[in-house]
Design a protein around this ligand. Sequence first.
Ligand SMILES: C[S@@+](CC[C@H](N)C(=O)[O-])C[C@H]1O[C@@H](n2cnc3c(N)ncnc32)[C@H](O)[C@@H]1O
Length: 177
Amino acid sequence: MNHADHVALLAGGVAQGEGGTWADLGAGTGAFTLALADLIGPHGVIHAIDRDRASLAELRSAFVSAVPQAELRVQAADFTRPLDLADLDGIVMANSLHFVEDKTRVLALVRGYLKHGGRLILVEYDSDRGNGWVPHPLSFETWRELASESGFVATRKLATVPSRFLRRIYSALSLVP
Ligand SMILES: C[S@@+](CC[C@H](N)C(=O)[O-])C[C@H]1O[C@@H](n2cnc3c(N)ncnc32)[C@H](O)[C@@H]1O
């Protein structure tokens, strides 16, 4: 996947240039943070959270070279524990929820960081069968049920890209009522 693919996966859930405050949970080296930054534009703020400091350092320098205009705030933290985030316009979780076995507890935290009408964009492998690298993936159908059980509404698929690994990747948008 390249930058255009990352942007395409998020684009249906983010209005171009709308700004707002977002978080990218499990941001890694920032592939989707950069895509989000391009989409929200100069008035946006992105909290990039990851437990891996080395990835966050790489993300910081990638952000500087790519010169997006959104503001980046980087934080080394475990997203399975409560974070100091509130009233967010949106959250991206890209290829990070599949590391969590007990997703319900994490999703309750995630929902609590979003304002009413806030958006959660999930990017995941479209599979319910994991492996050593992707331990607990969830197909879109499974996500739709889990999102509803976790208090999100209007879950819909945004886009898919083929993947050599676990067949394909989807993005999905869910809202906080
Ligand atoms: C496969 S990478 C995905 C990175 C990026 N979102 C992407 O799609 O390119 C998963 C990232 O999630 C992070 N991660 C996994 N579990 C985490 C947790 N509980 N708290 C914070 N970060 C976590 C890992 O450190 C890793 O950087």
